[in-house]
Design a protein around this ligand. Structure first.
Ligand code: AMP
Length: 299
């Protein structure tokens, strides 16, 4: 049965009780952080967590600290009752759905102390959305602190590869701050036309949707070029995307999945991820594909 908690005190008590009551000597507790407006991508994340853990905790919180655009924050879809159905269906044990006051007492004045993600948080998505990754790292650190089970339980947290920069930053976060949480990653879930599922897709009209399909198509073209050993010719693809109707390209780059530093065209003898971001209609969409799947960091 899925239980919902809205306060830090209540969820902490429940996690402690559940791990102490567990039949396992070292129960595995999985945390799945989300901002709600859940779709089957989140469902897959929940399922993966369910398959590998004894206790699954999903969080639903639209984190204002990670929005650089107040309009985006205001219009971010919120549908808690529907989300709860999906979370129940995928077997979440606990759902932590705090309000703003629980997470940031005194908001908007607080919090004064935040996590800084340094230069890693200032590349690509971080450059276009200043403060975004510091906001993500701050809320995730708080969630880990709130939801972490007492020893000897083991804690892991699941993130989607769709947010590839976020995933790289989460890995650095737990390493640099010695957070006792194992980061797990799930491949991107796409719709039947290849568009990566995203909570923001529900704000696309038919025309926007068609324009958005250029995003996965550009990535597939890059994967095909990489597989066949051709030159990537990013500039040609960028030109194509810039000429496309209804799509405003921000970046299309190939990066190292750990450092997020750009890899020059053709240097594909090491792990390489293609990252893309574009504005389509009222939303900004991001996507990624692995150009060297065999060489990438472990899942
Ligand atoms: P969000 O609610 O958008 O913050 O996403 C919560 C988690 O779900 C993040 O770890 C995302 O990377 C992951 N996620 C979102 N969309 C997808 C998708 N299409 N496939 C896999 N994971 C996803």
């Amino acid at each position: 049965m899925t239980q919902v908690f809205h306060t830090v005190t209540a969820v902490r008590a429940a996690v402690t009780r559940a791990t102490q009551k567990s039949a396992q000597q070292q129960p595995v507790v999985s945390i799945v952080p989300t901002m709600g407006a859940l779709h089957s991508g989140h469902g897959a994340l929940l399922q993966a967590a369910r398959n590998s853990a004894d206790i699954v905790i999903a969080s639903v919180f639209v984190n204002p600290l990670q929005f650089d655009d107040p309009q985006d924050y205001q219009h971010y879809p919120r549908q808690f009752e529907k989300d709860l159905e999906l979370l129940t269906r995928h077997g979440a044990d606990f759902v932590f759905a705090p309000d703003l006051e629980q997470m940031y007492p005194g908001y908007p004045e607080a919090p004064l102390v935040r996590v800084s993600t340094g230069e890693l948080g200032q590349r690509w998505e971080g450059a276009s959305r200043p403060g975004h990754f510091d906001g993500v790292a701050t809320v995730v650190t708080k969630l880990f602190t709130i939801l972490h089970p007492p020893a000897p339980a083991v804690c892991e947290a699941w993130f989607g590869q769709k947010d590839a920069e976020q995933l790289a930053i989460m890995r650095r976060l737990v390493t640099d701050l010695n957070l006792p949480v194992r980061i797990r990653a799930l491949p991107i879930v796409r719709d039947e036309n290849g568009l990566a599922l995203s909570s923001r897709n529900m704000r696309l009209n038919d025309q926007d949707y068609d324009a958005a399909l250029s995003i996965p198509r550009a990535l597939v073209a890059l994967v095909e070029r990489a597989e066949s050993g051709q030159e990537l010719d990013l500039e040609e693809l960028r030109g194509h995307l810039r000429a496309a109707d209804g799509l405003d390209l921000d970046y299309l780059v190939v990066v190292d999945p750990t450092t997020l530093q750009e890899i020059e065209d053709g240097a594909l003898d090491k792990p390489a991820l293609a990252l893309i971001a574009a504005r389509v209609g009222p939303v900004r969409l991001i996507d990624t594909m692995d150009l060297r799947p065999g060489l990438s960091p472990s899942k």
